[in-house]
Write a protein of this length. Structure first.
Length: 113
């Protein structure tokens, strides 16, 4: 099994896309997994979910479970499969249930403010 650690992300975190703030939280979680860049998971209640369209994409992680994806709809474009969540994560990572994470790119920024 890979080593996965989840802890409260210190401070306040924001996610921005298309020039808009999609979410801001002081209750975000940081997931650290061996061999991967740490990922910030936002409580879905702190994200403007109206800007996210569920997509058909699903992936399965042997350590976290099945992820479902969302596309971000901005004024000028749709960012396909730019966010994901685990609705029923495996017990070892149960803390990320109800949270959503974002792929960072030139179009999506996740940062501590």
């Amino acid at each position: 099994m890979t080593d996965i650690k989840i802890h409260k992300a210190e401070g306040t975190w924001v996610v921005r896309a298309g020039g808009a703030v999609l979410g801001e939280s002081d209750a975000a979680l940081e997931l650290v997994e061996d061999g991967h860049t740490p990922v910030i998971y936002f409580p879905q209640s702190d994200v403007a979910m109206a800007f996210l369209d569920p997509s058909e994409q699903r992936t399965t992680c042997p350590f976290k479970g099945e992820a479902r994806y969302f596309s971000i709809v901005t004024k000028s474009t749709t960012l396909k499969n730019a966010a994901w969540c685990y609705d029923t994560p495996k017990e070892a990572v149960a803390r990320i249930a109800g949270h959503i994470a974002f792929y960072t790119s030139g179009a999506v920024a996740v940062e501590r403010v």
